[in-house]
Design a protein around this ligand. Structure first.
Ligand code: 5GP
Length: 190
């Protein structure tokens, strides 16, 4: 089921090249750590680091999911912290999508307390219309309207992460995903 494709593989590839160039330019000569937010950012981060022409290190954080809904409860909990010491280093937090901004706000506060030399955000997708708290997204792939999307790392009940493109979730998709055994975990897992 293809649904409505919002971003094609080619759209994503082209934009990632531009983001990689901007990051390469801005972080030249700096000690860069790129921190992906699991699980949603795993595909984006994997492709993005290959567009950055600099020495860098990669780490991950994981945060709790919303529970069984496609809208945020606002409750964010860390499941996996960074392994690297980020103090005095230039940290770029890599997110799949910024919606209400609550996840990012929580993670920024958490990482800022470790006193990195700098802390910025790179997000593949941004839904500014859904924002509840202000967060600055320095590197943004695409702005999209407040629709629930899947693919390219983004899931619905753990499905669709493997799709090479981003599409709008349609009602039939959600039913298919929730009828599977992973569906018990609910929509919107990270
Ligand atoms: P925020 O805290 O900004 O509301 O939510 C960010 C997280 O919510 C994302 O990392 C992602 O896991 C989830 N999320 C927000 N919007 C979408 C969406 O359209 N599709 C999917 N699959 N996840 C979303």
């Amino acid at each position: 089921m293809e649904g409505r494709i919002v971003l094609s593989e080619e759209d994503i590839r082209r934009r990632l090249r531009e983001l990689g160039e901007a990051i390469t330019r801005d972080y030249r000569g700096k000690d860069l750590v790129m921190v992906g937010v699991l699980k949603g950012a795993f595909v984006f981060l994997a492709d993005l680091v290959r567009e950055v022409d600099l020495p860098l290190e990669v780490d991950f954080v994981a945060v709790s999911s919303y529970g069984a809904d496609t809208v945020t409860s606002g409750v964010v909990r860390i499941i996996k912290d960074v392994d690297l010491d980020i103090s005095g280093r230039h940290v770029l937090l890599v997110e799949d999508i910024v919606d209400t901004g609550l996840t990012l706000r929580y993670l920024m506060d958490l990482l800022r307390a470790r006193e990195p030399a700098s802390l910025e955000v790179c997000a593949l997708l941004n839904k500014p219309a859904a924002r509840k708290v202000e967060v600055e997204v320095k590197y943004c792939g695409f702005e999209i309207p407040p629709l629930f999307v899947v693919g390219y790392g983004l899931d619905c009940a753990e499905r669709f992460r493997h799709l090479p493109y981003v599409k709008v979730l349609e009602s039939g998709d959600a039913e298919d995903a929730l009828s599977g055994e992973n569906g018990k975990e609910g929509i919107g897992g990270r």
